[in-house]
Write a protein that binds this ligand. Structure first.
Ligand code: 13P
Length: 254
């Protein structure tokens, strides 16, 4: 049975005090759940959030990690630093990092290797652009990103990897793929993992979907039997909407 995830990505939103307040409301609403709730908060709030979430079902994640160890990298945070203030995971390769900060698959790969060395879970974000989708290149893009991002990562490290399928064109647009398209991409991800590793590894990895997930379309998304979770951006900023997403996801049949 694969682990289920409901992940919030706050991106560059909410002050430390607002995150504390948000958690005061969210924590009592999540005590009975079985899915792993993850909050990817701004780095400056990891300590506040992780202290607040101690002994709860909520895991705190960074949104980014450096591909370097300690050194002269102004403005960066390495995996050890993130872990030391209480994060257990980090997003890697988010399309906003790829698009806005020149991150590529090679850098994402180095980031995962650093995260693994420090025992952090990597939530690896991959997904096609609108150009790929329109030109029938979705599977090619998924295969190429996965193969490069997972270079030198061993099968026994997969308990620290979650894959987030986030089509770039669905992020922040209000447009989502059809359930069939998401299912097809999940199938493609598992088939690439089978080729690189084996079927056991492919079937053990949790795959979540991200891109315009809301408290309204979650009812449709949970019908995807192969889906292990969701990664929510905009809608997660409202505690009411995010807790509704969690409670609907919790009722998912498979
Ligand atoms: P939205 O839910 O706002 O589309 O963002 C998705 C995302 O980027 C999550 O990482």
């Amino acid at each position: 049975m694969r682990k289920k995830y409901v992940i919030a990505n706050f991106k560059m939103n909410k002050l430390d005090s607002e995150i504390e307040e948000y958690l005061s409301t969210l924590i009592p609403l999540t005590v009975a759940g079985t899915s792993q709730i993850v909050l990817a908060v701004p780095s400056v709030s990891i300590k506040t959030a992780s202290t607040k979430c101690k002994d709860t079902n909520i895991m705190i994640s960074a949104q980014n990690v450096s591909e370097h160890d300690f050194g002269s990298y102004t403005g960066e945070n390495n995996a050890e630093m993130i872990k030391a203030v209480g994060a257990s995971a980090t997003l890697v390769g988010h399309s906003e990092r790829r698009g806005g900060y020149g991150e590529n698959d090679d850098i994402a790969n180095k980031k995962i290797l650093c995260a693994l060395k420090s025992g952090l879970v990597s939530i690896l974000c991959i997904g096609e652009t609108i150009f790929d989708r329109k030109n029938n290149l979705t599977e090619k893009a998924i295969k190429s990103q996965l193969t490069s991002c997972l270079k030198s990562i061993y099968a026994n490290e997969f308990n620290h990897i979650v894959i987030a399928y986030e089509p770039v064109w669905a992020i922040g647009t209000g447009v989502t793929p059809t359930n069939q398209e998401i299912e097809q991409s999940i199938k493609c991800i598992r088939s690439v993992l089978t080729d690189i590793y084996d079927e056991d590894i492919a079937n053990s990895v949790s795959i979540v979907y991200g891109g315009s997930v809301t408290d309204l379309n979650i009812r449709e998304l949970v019908k995807i039997s192969s889906l292990d979770g969701v990664l929510v951006g905009g809608a997660s900023l409202s505690c009411e909407k995010f807790s509704k997403i969690i409670s609907i996801f919790e009722k998912k049949k498979n």
